[in-house]
Design a protein around this ligand. Structure first.
Ligand SMILES: *[C@@H]1O[C@H](CO)[C@@H](O)[C@H](O)[C@H]1NC(C)=O
Ligand SMILES: *[C@@H]1O[C@H](CO)[C@@H](O)[C@H](O)[C@H]1NC(C)=O
Ligand SMILES: *[C@@H]1O[C@H](CO)[C@@H](O)[C@H](O)[C@H]1NC(C)=O
Ligand SMILES: CC(=O)N[C@H]1CO[C@H](CO)[C@@H](O)[C@@H]1O
Length: 474
């Protein structure tokens, strides 16, 4: 029995790549598995051979023992801070490596991204670009506003989510439409009115506001297919929009009512709505996307005056969530407000979110998630390092209007670099529940010796680690 088991184990290890399999031995292994029948399944060879990257977890590159045991210098000349160029343009020089720009560079972009130019020594390997400034997006100008977006063609690692900024002039509409995917909105400024119906014909109308009068703004969520429109009120409106598919621009994702009717025989349209064709001479031939209103709507707070009596009643669960009515979860270095369908925003089944406030010098702690995180900087400046596994990491610098993605499981932190100004941003996930894992909490709750031995730190130090998630550290 024992020899058979160990042979089996060796064979499985060989196929999984933990020990290297001699190619000429493969036949023997296959024969072995054939003999063992269905009880033994070789590991997923097809998938592994199709993989383009080496599975480093199974086939680590062997470092010399001295390298692994070499301790980290606790007084290094470079502790990984943002490179200081004394107010001059950043130059690609750090730790005695690199040299000046000898020809041209875009110094404004360099100055916003010093960690691209002269990364901390902890950065390593090839991590793709994970951020996109909305300022790099094409802006579509329309009568009554504008829109610009970030989709998978701008930021390929963001597969779950795409984002957009939408501006509406006072009283302008984002026309009646629906999407294949869910839509989540965060009111960046101004006031507006949203209206929609659900699949049972129950209606919804609500006013929404930006972060005025020192209060947090409203957010909203429309499930896939739910048709809706948005009108700006007297101040005008700007919204951050998130959609639950990185490939948001694909045909078949957004459906405008006027576009549909412009591409339907007029006699069908007339019969469908039960009206005379002569009534329809003015309907648009092309969808306006954004359009101006002809009549000023009732002011902010008077949405009900525009509500149509609905024999089906109202939607059972509101599409709007008032962040100013949610209690902050206080943290040592700031606060957070989390919204998801399991906890407090039932309708938002495909989108979980968090509004994060990081005090000056504060740190959103080292953590990771079980979904891609898409984030957007509302105000302030931050710095984050994405750890992609396999000894690779890359540091990014964030400005207002930047979106970014931390692909599923990537370890990361976000540091507010400013000694005076808060950093405010939103984290978004295509998920019904907000989930994160805290590195500190993990280590605080493991057997002390396990942590002490791995990190070569004292038990006394491990005992100081916080057992509760800190979220944002002062
Ligand atoms: C909203 O717009 C007004 C007018 O431009 C501006 O004064 C205010 O700072 C903006 N608020 C935010 C939160 O950006
Ligand atoms: C903010 O305060 C002003 C003045 O009190 C008020 O007119 C306005 O409606 C308030 N805005 C919101 C969104 O509550
Ligand atoms: C449709 O309207 C036209 C013009 O007003 C009228 O001549 C025609 O009789 C109407 N047709 C129907 C079926 O009501
Ligand atoms: C704090 C601690 O446990 N330090 C240990 C780190 O490892 C060296 C040997 O490699 C020990 O001598 C230290 O005591």
């Amino acid at each position: 029995m024992l020899p058979r088991l160990s042979q089996l184990l060796l064979a499985a290890l060989a196929l999984s790549g933990v020990v290297s399999a001699d190619p000429s031995g493969d036949e023997e292994l296959r024969a072995f598995f054939a003999r063992e029948g269905a009880a033994v399944k070789p590991l997923n060879l097809g998938r592994r051979s199709a993989a383009t990257t080496q599975t480093r977890h199974l086939r680590p590159t062997y470092e010399r023992e001295e390298t692994i045991l070499k301790k980290r210098d606790i007084t290094p000349p470079d502790v990984g801070q943002v490179a200081d160029f004394g107010g001059q343009d950043p130059e690609p020089i750090r730790n005695g490596a690199g040299d000046t720009f000898f020809a041209n560079s875009n110094h404004e972009i360099d100055a916003q991204n010093p960690d691209n130019v002269a990364a901390p020594p902890t950065d390593a390997g090839t991590v793709p670009n994970l951020k996109w400034s909305m300022s790099l997006s094409h802006t579509r100008l329309l009568k009554g506003g504008w829109v610009r977006e970030q989709t998978i063609t701008d930021l390929p690692p963001s597969k779950d989510l795409a984002g957009a900024e939408l501006r509406l002039s006072p009283f302008a509409y984002r026309e009646l439409h629906w999407h294949r995917v869910a839509e989540w909105g965060y009111i960046l400024n101004g006031t507006g009115r949203i209206s929609a119906i659900d699949d049972s014909g129950r209606s919804y109308i609500s006013d929404v506001h930006g972060p005025s009068n020192g209060s947090d703004p409203d957010i909203y969520y429309f499930p896939p297919g739910v048709p809706h429109s948005i009108q700006a009120l007297d101040q005008g409106l700007e919204i951050l929009l998130i959609f639950t598919d990185g490939n948001f621009d694909a045909t078949g994702t957004t459906f405008m009512l006027s576009d549909w009717l412009a591409h339907t025989p007029l006699e069908i349209v007339a019969q469908n709505f039960g009206v005379n064709v002569s009534e329809l001479g003015g309907i648009p031939q092309k969808d306006p996307y954004i359009l101006k209103s002809t009549v000023e709507p009732p002011p902010f707070g008077h949405a009900s005056e525009q509500a149509v009596a609905d024999p089906q009643g109202d939607v059972p669960s509101p599409y709007v969530f008032h962040l100013d009515q949610q209690k902050k979860t206080n943290a040592p270095g700031g606060w957070v407000k989390i919204q998801d369908s399991v906890t407090n925003f039932p309708v938002s089944k495909q989108l979980a979110s968090a509004l994060v406030f990081v005090e000056p010098n504060g740190l959103r702690e080292l953590h990771w998630h079980i979904n891609d995180e898409w984030l957007y900087i509302i105000s302030g400046h931050g710095r984050a390092t994405a750890f992609a596994g396999g000894s690779t990491a890359r540091t990014f610098d964030f400005q207002p209007g930047d979106s970014a993605v931390f692909p599923v499981s990537y370890g990361h932190y976000i540091k507010n670099l400013s000694p005076t100004e808060p950093l405010i941003y939103v984290e978004l996930f295509k998920a019904e529940k907000f989930v994160d894992f805290s590195a500190t909490q993990w280590l605080a709750l493991m057997p002390r010796q396990v942590v002490a031995d791995l990190l070569n730190i004292s038990i006394a130090t491990v005992e100081t680690f916080k057992k509760e998630k800190q979220i944002v550290i002062a």
